[in-house]
Design a protein around this ligand. Sequence first.
Ligand code: GYE
Length: 303
Amino acid sequence: VTACGSGGSPAADDGTITLGFSQVGAESGWRTANTESIQQAAEDAGIDLQFSDAQQKQENQIRAIPSFIQQNVDVIAFSPVVETGWDAVLLEAQRADIPVVLTDRAIDSDDDTLYEAFLGSDFVEEGRKAGEWLVDNAEGQTNVVELQGTTGAAPAIDRQEGFAEVIADHPDIEVIATQTGDFTRSGGKEVMEAFLRSHDDIDVVYAHNDDMGLGAIEAIRAAGLEPGEDIRIITVDAVRAGMEALAEGDINFIVECNPLLGEQLMELVEQVAAGEEVPKRIEVEETTFTQEEAEAALPDRQY
Ligand code: GYE
């Protein structure tokens, strides 16, 4: 005898896709733009978005994912705070037959069956672009301080790697100090204050995002120096506040990282919910900005 009635999740009944999404947090301008893009795209696509903010803590994501499994969502997507430590919780999703899509940040796991697809940027390439600008614009001995993103996060690891790879052939360019500012403006400011106390020979700041670069600008000014001139600044992201500082001459160069992933993410979610094959890795296209280019781009900038 087959019981008829309300089996399965309520969401499945009218064909609406329910997406459980675990976001990193609200640490930066990039993240705010990314969250808005995802929420807007879900609404436009008629996808029921269950949004959870991890406040930059992996343990919060490791709690959110099982709760999505319990709710029996159709798809889980998340932007992993750090690269490692995901196998156990993703195995739970796999056992429950719920497809997982990684967005923005990647994981480091030997088992690539634990997720369907990754959608995001090539962070190593972003680091290389930052390094290439410096190689082209360095004048003699150049001492660099590096403001790293969140320790263990894919963009922090990869942006450091790409930059280091490019400057390796240039012994006159030297990273004299490197520390995490956790991708926040206050973190960037604090670490830069400490760098300025312990080094009087800083030529360049390489910040893994605009927010930390903006914090560094405050610290440089407070030390009586001119950002963009006495100390040159390279950042990654190209969010509005960063682009404005670039156009004003406080930042010298920005490598773009595109946060507007919402639409592509919803397309992927619809495809994996329908059981379709999707590419394992989808990368977004990105550019770089000089001061003149920032001025030209600002009027049409969406974020
Ligand atoms: O660059 C930074 C944010 O994961 C690409 O996270 C993202 C990074 C972005 O906090 O601003």
